[in-house]
Design a protein around this ligand. Sequence first.
Ligand code: AKG
Length: 264
Amino acid sequence: MSLCQTTIKNYKKFGVVLIKNIISKKWIETLAKGIEKNFKNPSQYKCVYEELNGKEVFYDDYCNWQKISEYKDFIFNSNIAKVASELMQSKKVNLFHEHVLIKEPGSTKRTPWHQDQPYYCVDGKDNCSLWIPLDKIIKEICPEFVKFSHTWNKQYLPTKFFGHSYEKKDDGLENVPDISANVENYDIASWDLMPGDLIAFNFSIIHGAPGNLSPNRRRAFSVRFVGDDATFAKRKGEVSPPFPEVKLNHGDKMNSPSFPEIKI
Ligand SMILES: O=C(O)CCC(=O)C(=O)O
């Protein structure tokens, strides 16, 4: 299956695009099983951002595809990398990592407005995340994207999701603009979603997400791919994920077992 030209054009133009009904029920169930396994035995990277009555309601974990067979199976065998290759118009696709973000009902915290690329040890103009919901998502709780912001040619200061900036940071970077206080100045995209849909977005687009005031869980599997123009980036500040095992130099191609090429 190939994406239509309008979807590909809109991804490039807006930096974000909704793709409806592209992931089968079988793969959604596979990911749900993987997520359950993941949080029974989370990695050292798991973070809890919010608790309610002693229960974790907003938490995440990442870089677990090598130990969660369901994630690996989905990433390598579901054709998801082909979706990324078509959007990026890239002959070659490498996995960057997967990131699972869960907001249980009652979570009130916004995922702050941010741009992913400055957190990441990779440069490139096409790099693409696919945000895959495992639950029905109403527009009011859907992640929000500032259309066109991937073309601003800016890198904003990465900060920890809550609290402060990283201790080791790039003082040359400015803060992300206060989008929430000036929504009328931006073209913001968000949608109602069903399991099977995904949102594709450029690593450089500014995005954030409301809390979960719906009665449903909000489980999301965000899988991130890099394309032909991607090169390893040594940042002045701390990066997330840290990839301590990767020993590439700034400007190198992403040739590392941590970023496997996926057959498409
Ligand atoms: O799921 C969220 O709340 C935010 C998602 C996000 O920032 C991402 O996938 O890059």
